[in-house]
Design a protein around this ligand. Structure first.
Ligand code: MG
Ligand code: MG
Length: 251
């Protein structure tokens, strides 16, 4: 199957993307360390801004279609694209943090969900299953596998655990732009779709709801919430397919 839309990356391109990925990883480390009851999502964004400034990087989130911050902060039933601000994290919340950075024109993009203090066993399991779904997807990123294998790995992991995969948003190609083709769905059939090749770099990002997969965008034009109010988790890495197998660039 031809894939005219995919911008294949050379080993030198991938080496350059590691630098952006490393800044994103540092944003994760520093923000994760600050997550506790009482901190505001705006304060977490300020940490992200600081890392970007310290590393001489720039933000691919700030100003993206008018987005006002360098990270997305999505607590509890917020699936993705939550805007940082006055919201103060509370004991028992879960919080999804999505970060991006640009270095030398190359983009990185990655997300994680963390518990705030002590959370319910169900919330913890949602986080663990979503993380496991991302890992399962990365494992099939091998030349000769197909796009459907990625979605199938996510879907199998999530649905076996009794949770649901959000359909309305997908992973994506990434490189000189944060969002390149192809879209990388989180559902799929094994062995179907375009073949994966060395030089593909994709942001893989399962979004998983405890309840139904349906989501709604709020009137702010950004915040996406679960329709049924159930909890949602989100993990993402920027991953390159190399001769040696998958390489996570955002760690
Ligand atoms: Mg992201
Ligand atoms: Mg992404």
């Amino acid at each position: 199957m031809r894939r005219p839309e995919v911008r294949t990356k050379s080993p030198a391109d991938i080496a350059a993307m590691r630098k952006a990925g490393r800044v994103v990883a540092e944003m994760h480390e520093r923000i994760r360390a600050a997550i506790r009851p009482g901190v505001t999502t705006g304060e977490l964004d300020a940490i992200g801004q600081q890392v970007i400034a310290e590393r001489g990087a720039s933000s691919n989130f700030l100003g993206y279609h008018g987005f006002p911050a360098v990270i997305c902060t999505s607590p509890n039933s917020v699936v993705v694209h939550g805007i940082p601000g006055e919201y103060r994290l509370q004991e028992g919340d879960i919080i999804s943090i999505d970060c991006g950075a640009v270095v030398d024109g190359w983009h990185g993009d990655a997300a994680f969900t963390a518990p705030v203090g002590s959370v319910s066993a169900g919330a913890l399991r949602l986080i663990e299953v979503t993380k496991a779904a991302l890992c399962a997807a990365v494992e099939v990123m091998i030349p000769g596998k197909r796009m459907g294998d990625i979605g199938a790995a996510v879907q199998r992991t999530v649905e076996t655990a009794g949770f649901s995969v959000v359909r309305d948003y997908t992973g994506h190609g990434i490189g000189r732009a944060m969002h390149e083709l192809p879209n990388v769905p989180n559902i799929g059939r094994p062995g179907r779709g375009p073949e994966l090749r060395v030089g593909d770099v994709f942001a893989i990002e399962p979004m998983v709801n405890a309840g139904s997969p349906e989501v709604v965008e709020l009137d702010d034009g950004w915040t996406v919430v679960t329709e049924d109010g159930s909890l949602s988790a989100h993990f993402e890495h920027t991953v390159a397919i190399t001769d040696d197998g998958p390489e996570i660039l955002t760690c």
